[in-house]
Design a protein around this ligand. Structure first.
Ligand code: UT7
Length: 317
C-alpha cells in the first residue's frame, strides 16, 4: 500500500498556557520547558465528527478520489460521545461513505495500527482504497482542575487515503499490557442487581512511566524497522514521532543520534492529540512541501495500553 492523500482539521479555539494559568496553578514557565507545548486547540462549538469529516474530505480531494472509491474506512479514536454506533458510522454518515467501517481504540499509536489493518486487507486482495481517520477529543477526558494532565492534550482529526502500492516497507506493533486504567467511565445504566455509587474518574496518567516506555520502545522499534528494511538510520529522511512531549522526541533523537532537521514537530501549538497526532503532523508536513518522491518516512507512536507502533514508508506522491 501507499499513501496518496492526507488531510487534517483542527478546532478553532486555541488555548495558550497563559490562558490555563488564569484558572489553574500553573504557568508557561513550567509547561513549555517540560513539554514543548505553548498552546493547544480545544473543541468548543464544533463536533468531533465534523472535524473528522473535514479531514477525510481533504484527504480524498488530495488523492483525487471520491467516497464511492473507498472500500474500507477505519476510524481510530479513544473517547467520543457515542458508545454505539461506532464513531466510524457517525463519520460515514456525515461524509457520505457507504463502505464497511470499523473503529479501533489503540490510543496514540492508532494511526499505525490502522495502517497495519489496512495493509492486511490490501495483501488479502479485499480492497483497492482505504480511508483512515484518527479523530480525538482528549480535552473531554481530562479534569481541567488537574494541572498535571489537562495542559498536555489537544483535540483534532487527521486522515490518510491509502491505495494499492509498494510504499509501505515495514510495520511493527508492540504491547506491554499494563493493568493501570487511564480513564474510567462508570456512568452506565444501573441494573437491578448492582447499585452504582461511583463517580466517573478523569484521566490519570503516570507521566514518568509513560515517558520511559515511550523513549525505550520508540528507539527499539525504529532501530529494528530500519534494520529489517535493509536500511541505515542515515537513510531515513523524515522521523514522524507521536507528539506527546518535546522532551520525549528529543530523547529519542539523541538516542538514535540523528540530525535534528529530520525530526518534524508541531507540538508547540497542538499538544498531544493522541492518535490524531501522527496524521495531523503528516498532513501539515505534506502540505508544506517537506516530502519528495522516494523519501523514506518513519512513524513511531506510543501510549495507553501500553501500546506502541512504528512504520517505515517510501513517499510516493
Ligand atoms: O501519549 C502519551 C501520553 N503521555 C505523555 O506524554 C506523558 C509523558 N510524561 C511527561 O510528559 C512528563 O512526565 C510530564 C510533563 C507529564 C510531567 O513532567 P515531570 O517532570 O515528570 O513532572 P512531575 O509529574 O514529576 O511533577 C513535578 C512537579 C510536581 O510538584 P511536586 O510534587 O514536586 O511539588 C507537580 O505537582 O511539578 C508539578 N506539576 C506542575 N506544576 C505546574 C505538574 N504539572 C504541573 C503544571 N504546572 N502543569
Amino acid at each position: 500500500m501507499k499513501i496518496i492523500g492526507t488531510g487534517s482539521a483542527i478546532p478553532r479555539k486555541q488555548v495558550s498556557n497563559d490562558d490555563i494559568a488564569r484558572f489553574l496553578d500553573t504557568s508557561d514557565e513550567w509547561i513549555f520547558p517540560r513539554t514543548g507545548i505553548r498552546s493547544r486547540h480545544v473543541i468548543t462549538d464544533e463536533r468531533l465528527e465534523d472535524l473528522a469529516s473535514q479531514a477525510a474530505q481533504s484527504a480524498l480531494q488530495m488523492a483525487g478520489l471520491t467516497v464511492e472509491d473507498i472500500d474500507l474506512f477505519i476510524c481510530s479514536n479513544v473517547v467520543n460521545e457515542y458508545m454505539t454506533p461506532g464513531l466510524s458510522s457517525i463519520i460515514s454518515a456525515k461524509t457520505g461513505l457507504h463502505c464497511p467501517c470499523m473503529d479501533i481504540n489503540c490510543a496514540c499509536p492508532g494511526f499505525i495500527y490502522a495502517m497495519d489493518i489496512a495493509d492486511s486487507y490490501f495483501a488479502a486482495g479485499k480492497v483497492n482504497n482505504v480511508l483512515v481517520v484518527c479523530a480525538e477529543e482528549p480535552s473531554k477526558m481530562t479534569s481541567w482542575q488537574d494541572r498535571s494532565t489537562c495542559v498536555l492534550f489537544g483535540d483534532g482529526a487527521g486522515a490518510a487515503v491509502l491505495t494499492l502500492g509498494d510504499g509501505l516497507r515495514g510495520i511493527k506493533l508492540y504491547s506491554e499490557p499494563s493493568p493501570d486504567k487511564i480513564w474510567e467511565y462508570r456512568n452506565l445504566m444501573p441494573t437491578p442487581y448492582v447499585v452504582k455509587q461511583e463517580e466517573d474518574v478523569p484521566l490519570q496518567m503516570k507521566g514518568r512511566e509513560v515517558f520511559r516506555f515511550a523513549v525505550s520502545t520508540s528507539v527499539r522499534d525504529i532501530r529494528k524497522l530500519v534494520e529489517d528494511a535493509g536500511l541505515r538510520l542515515e537513510d531515513v529522511d523524515h522521523f514522524m514521532i507521536h507528539q506527546a512531549n518535546m522532551r520525549i522526541v528529543d530523547a529519542i533523537r539523541s538516542e538514535l543520534n540523528v540530525d535534528e532537521s529530520k525530526f518534524h514537530t508541531n507540538i508547540y501549538d497542538h499538544g498531544n492529540s493522541s492518535s490524531a497526532s501522527c496524521p495531523i503532523l503528516l498532513d501539515e508536513c505534506n502540505r508544506a512541501g517537506c516530502f519528495k518522491k522516494g523519501d523514506i518516512l518513519v512513524f513511531s507512536a506510543f501510549g495507553a495500553g501500553l501500546l506502541s507502533g512504528a512504520a517505515l514508508l517510501e513517499w510516493q506522491i
